[in-house]
Design a protein around this ligand. Structure first.
Ligand SMILES: [Zn+2]
Ligand SMILES: [Zn+2]
Ligand SMILES: [Zn+2]
Ligand SMILES: [Zn+2]
Length: 484
């Protein structure tokens, strides 16, 4: 076996359990294999994944693009040497992303990749075969087996029959890729590539995680987003899915995608008391908001649970009960519509507004998960249609929702603050911009670190622009040049 790669950032072992502080880097890793999503082929470098205005096309396959000779050379030695001629042969028909990733994996394992491992601690490391394959689960899922069969056909013609893995080997590789694959995200937290990171694949999931993954190009970093006393790797949890979703959706995605039933604090709280009022922390807060209505009395701050058994809701505090007669059925329909919209790639602003109005009529609690999700979809739609003032309004309404469902210190919350702050700055709303951007700074320092490009190249210049503009304005005021 080759010596394990990667640096151990944290000393752990028998009797050594460090206190991990919020923002501490737990792991930094390079992918074992990865592939750029095909929709980014012409705009991003296939090696470092950076978006560039000018990329150089590989003269061999004429399919992949690279920043420069350096990226091309590295790609050539890591994965492109074996595929360039094959890509040229099948061009313009390219293998699907998963097939290309598996092709790279097959070639890598064949050429000694099976002996490569990544360090987790001084004594623990992981190689590709240590990854969970969920072979039986894959075998038992017809949809998955159909996918494997289709990929086998593509891969056989792409790679040729020599040294081609047998059916169960290929199903094992496919399982490991599906269950352990990371979406490699860009600065806006949108997926640009898929990759396997050997060391990071030990980290389990929680719908209320204490750590988060961020990417700088193809480099994965895992940072603690909460303090972790008496650190062990078993205590670290990241989220594999979108946590701004109801329990049913989260559990379905985890079962279908990762073959397990989540028993995290949030899922357990939801299972123990569906429709209960939100409690303090410990997962109860987000779980209890799933069926939460607001109270109709003026000034009553209570959260009113919609009973799951069809009984009429009633405010536990002031006994308000004047809810629409069909509230149960209407709530189910709102939940269904929100889930459908959340899966759609394009959501129209008008659809969102209508759904928000319906949620208002059904008296959903402002932090109800369906309401927050709809507000988030509305923000996306408003951004894509340049409705900037509306974006700022939606940003303020969404703030508590982000903190509740993603956590006060998650990369998604930080990027959300940054996005709204940037809009406020471009609308010359300096006080508002300052509030949002400072929050973004506090979160992104923890989730990304201050040397990450999102912080250093996006946030920092906005903060500078803000202080320059506000200083300029103050000077203007002094000189009596008039305000805005
Ligand atoms: Zn090529
Ligand atoms: Zn590059
Ligand atoms: Zn969960
Ligand atoms: Zn009340």
């Amino acid at each position: 076996m080759s010596p394990p790669g990667g640096k151990v950032l944290l000393r752990t072992g028998p009797g050594v359990r460090p206190h991990v502080r919020r923002g501490q880097l737990l792991l930094s890793a390079q992918p074992f294999v990865y592939v750029l999503k095909s929709d980014g082929l012409r705009v991003r470098c296939s090696y470092c994944l950076e978006k560039r205005d000018h990329l150089h096309r590989c003269s061999g396959c004429q399919v992949m693009y690279f920043c420069d000779r350096e990226c091309q050379k590295r790609a050539w030695s890591e994965f492109h040497r074996s595929e360039c001629a094959r890509l040229k042969k099948v061009s313009p028909r390219l293998p699907p992303d998963t097939a290309l990733l598996l092709a790279r994996l097959i070639v890598k394992l064949r050429n000694g990749g099976d002996r490569i491992s990544d360090r987790i601690t001084d004594t623990r490391h992981r190689s590709f075969k240590d990854l969970m394959s969920h072979y039986r689960d894959i075998k038992a899922t017809p949809r998955r087996m159909e996918h494997v069969a289709a990929l086998t056909v593509v891969l056989r013609s792409f790679l040729g029959p020599d040294n081609f893995p047998n059916d169960s080997e290929l199903a094992g590789m496919y399982g490991r890729v599906c269950v352990n694959g990371f979406n490699i995200l860009d600065g806006e937290m949108l997926p640009v590539a898929t990759g396997i990171y050997l060391s990071a694949s030990i980290i389990d999931h929680s719908c209320q995680p204490n750590a988060a993954a961020t990417f700088n190009g193809r480099t994965l970093s895992i940072r603690a987003t909460e303090p972790i006393p008496d650190f062990t790797w078993e205590k670290v949890r990241i989220s594999y899915i979108d946590t701004m979703a109801d329990t049913e959706t989260r559990r379905r995605e985890l079962r279908n995608g990762y073959f397990f039933d989540c028993d995290c604090v949030r899922c357990s709280a939801a299972a123990a008391a569906p429709g209960s009022a939100p409690g303090g922390g410990g997962g109860g807060a987000a779980a209890g908001l799933e069926r939460a209505l607001r109270c109709g009395s003026a000034d009553c701050p209570a959260t009113v649970p919609l009973p799951p058994d069809g009984a009429a809701p009633r405010c536990p505090r002031c006994r308000y009960q004047d809810y629409p007669a069909d509230i149960g059925a209407e709530f189910d329909e709102i939940a269904r519509l929100t889930r459908t919209y959340a899966q759609d790639n394009t959501v129209y602003y008008d659809f969102c507004l209508r759904l928000l109005q319906r949620q208002e009529a059904a008296m959903l609690h402002p932090l109800n998960v369906y309401r927050v999700k709809t507000l988030d979809l509305t923000l996306e739609a408003a951004i894509s249609t340049d409705m900037w003032e509306r974006c700022l309004e939606l940003g303020s309404k969404l703030e508590d929702g982000y903190r509740t469902f993603y956590g006060p210190c998650s990369p998604l919350t930080g990027i959300f603050y940054l996005k709204v702050g940037k809009i406020a700055l471009y609308r010359f709303q300096h006080a508002l911009a300052a509030r949002w951007l400072r929050r973004a700074a506090a979160v992104l320092r923890v989730t990304h670190g201050s040397d990450h490009p999102v912080y250093a190249e996006q946030l920092a210049p906005l903060l500078q622009q803000l202080s320059a503009e506000t200083a300029g304005r103050e000077r203007g005021d002094e000189l009596g040049e008039g305000g805005d």
